[in-house]
Design a protein. Structure first.
Length: 160
């Protein structure tokens, strides 16, 4: 499964589960499924029980969540924005904004290497990993990611 497919599946699942209410926006490649366009459509108990968490997911947005998935797969390696942009096919300017938002929320850390001054690298934090695991639990394992790292083998289910 490629990352465009993961993004589409993630988007459709979040809209179907009424976690995203901005379902009218089209995404690359189009998206089918149900559209939830107002808060009145969100009535499930899991929303009431997880209101702050779902609000945080909405603030991070679909591409922010996708970046966290990607960084979780790459851990413990540091990853440059240009790699994230290229692999996930998110415009580079948007990728910088997304990573800044994730940095502000302490979901990622920023690193500069002494041998490559001015080039920023990112790594997911424990809080970011926890958010992804919590999302997995909330969705009941409906998102599948192409995990191949040691973390997936150390107890983090590879079918997020």
């Amino acid at each position: 499964m490629n990352w465009t497919d993961v993004r589409t599946l993630l988007y459709e699942t979040l809209v179907e589960q009424k976690i995203l209410i901005n379902g009218k926006k089209a995404i690359k490649g189009g998206a089918g499924g149900k559209i939830v366009d107002s808060i009145q459509h969100v009535e499930d108990n899991y929303f009431k029980e997880n209101k702050a968490f779902i609000s945080e997911l909405r603030d991070i947005g679909i591409d922010g969540i996708l970046c966290l998935f990607f960084l979780m797969q790459q851990e413990p390696a540091l990853t440059a924005v240009k790699i994230i942009h290229k692999i996930l096919q998110i415009p580079v300017a948007s990728t910088y904004r997304i990573m800044q938002k994730n940095l502000d929320k302490e979901l990622v850390t920023l690193h500069y290497l002494t041998n490559k001054p001015g080039k920023a690298y990112y790594r997911i934090t424990d809080e970011g990993t926890s958010l992804i695991i919590q999302l997995y639990e909330l969705l009941g394992g409906k998102i599948i990611l192409p995990f191949s790292n040691s973390k997936a083998q150390q107890g983090v289910d590879a079918t997020i």
